[in-house]
Ligand binder design. Sequence first.
Ligand code: HEC
Ligand code: HEC
Ligand code: HEC
Ligand code: HEC
Ligand code: HEC
Ligand code: HEC
Length: 317
Amino acid sequence: MARTALPVADSDILSTHDRLTFQAGKINYQIATAGGKSVYTVTDGAKSMSAPLTWLFGDGHIGQSYLFERDGNFYESRASYFGTVQGLDFTPGRKLTDPQSLEQAMARPVVGDEVVRCFACHATGSTIGDKLDRSRVIPGISCEACHGPGLKHSLAQRMASAEGQVLENDQKTDLIFDPAKLSPADAVDFCGSCHGTWWDVKLAPPVGIANVRSQPYRLEKSRCWGKNGDARLTCVACHDPHQQLVRDTASYDKNCLSCHLAASSTKPSPDHPGPACKVSAKDCASCHMPKYELGDFHYKFADHNIRVVKPDAPYPE
Ligand code: HEC
Ligand code: HEC
Ligand code: HEC
Ligand code: HEC
Ligand code: HEC
Ligand code: HEC
């Protein structure tokens, strides 16, 4: 998450792919990079338009989108980079089959407070009130996005040591926000502030299979979650937000087996409330957290609605 919003000059992807193109109908899209500058050009053969890109979103292993600025306004390029195809395609959800103008084919204006929201989820400390403060953006998600301003913390510590005091452990942690102290439901909502809470999906649903990207919503729908959740099934039980995502599904077995019995000969207990599987004793997530391809993203997302998957059953919204 640390590299999820950066100035375009820092894009590893653009610096190693100095000319990316894709063609849609008669429109050609190109991003050309040289000397740390990336220029986005769209042409229909007769006319062409260009703009230097300024901000990137997404580290690119799934996708990377680009913004540019013109006359003080932000625009989102219609072309994004996708890690699995190592090339450009339409930005998810922004495909146009019949653009009315080259301007429209090139980009989507990001108006009102939408750009503030992009930065609020992808960067740190970028807003003052509800306005974007370009000079204060800390690119990507740094410690403070989750732990709150550490300033108070380091200040208190410095003042204490200047006076020759040592802060008690409790005094230290009370000054910064400690997400480890949240209840299971609040812990999931905490990650859901960016990843999509149950309510976010209920109130403004990404329709159908697209809600597979709202992991908190999906997880809370699963029978494993129960009514109030359980610390063994929060996001941080399976993912360390300070580390890269672990890709090997079998390495999550220990999480499942912290609640599920390993053998059907034993009976569920308060300690292990989950029944055993009759089918397999390993690689649980590979069958019970199936992956769904979102064509727009060229990527298969793991469904966090843990369940028995019947062959040919439709996606349970
Ligand atoms: C401030 C917003 C924000 C918060 C809060 C947040 N995330 Fe994220 N997270 C993101 C963004 C944005 C990405 C996309 C990174 C990318 O693809 O560039 C991401 C990606 C991830 C990934 C995938 C990384 C990968 O390599 O594919 C995991 C896992 C993850 N977050 C877990 C968590 C957990 C667990 C929490 C709660 C402790 C959390 N996140 C809280 C914004 C946030
Ligand atoms: C509510 C918080 C939120 C907002 C607002 C938001 N994003 Fe994201 N974005 C995320 C999270 C979380 C992820 C990673 C989730 C995942 O893919 O599982 C992500 C992922 C991405 C990715 C990488 C692809 C991927 O799925 O990992 C791109 C590109 C991206 N966002 C661009 C944008 C742009 C551009 C905007 C504004 C127009 C924006 N986002 C607004 C939270 C947000
Ligand atoms: C995406 C959100 C997120 C980001 C970004 C983040 N943390 Fe955390 N951090 C957490 C959560 C959640 C916990 C509690 C983990 C738990 O419950 O086991 C935590 C726990 C900690 C702890 C307590 C020790 C531990 O490992 O349990 C320390 C220290 C810490 N974080 C430091 C940092 C630092 C330094 C950074 C920046 C490099 C950072 N964190 C970035 C979410 C985050
Ligand atoms: C029981 C374990 C478990 C829990 C709990 C869990 N995840 Fe995951 N998560 C996984 C697995 C397994 C994958 C897929 C890893 C792979 O194969 O690449 C994954 C993948 C992801 C990804 C990467 C996108 C993708 O589908 O590849 C994100 C983002 C993510 N999880 C966020 C979350 C958030 C936010 C929460 C809390 C609501 C959460 N996860 C809770 C097991 C878990
Ligand atoms: C917090 C404890 C907990 C964790 C962690 C957990 N489960 Fe569960 N799970 C349960 C309980 C309890 C039930 C039974 C719920 C019921 O009968 O209503 C259950 C039910 C299930 C079911 C049956 C659901 C259905 O639709 O019939 C499957 C499959 C399952 N779990 C798989 C898994 C897998 C795979 C993992 C790890 C990725 C996992 N569980 C993690 C507690 C947990
Ligand atoms: C090869 C795919 C596969 C793997 C791997 C797998 N399961 Fe299953 N599991 C199934 C199927 C299929 C069913 C439904 C069986 C039935 O209804 O007869 C099932 C049923 C279950 C149930 C419901 C049991 C009940 O009595 O209601 C639970 C819980 C479960 N699995 C947990 C797990 C756990 C935990 C793991 C890892 C230790 C795991 N599964 C590994 C395919 C798998």
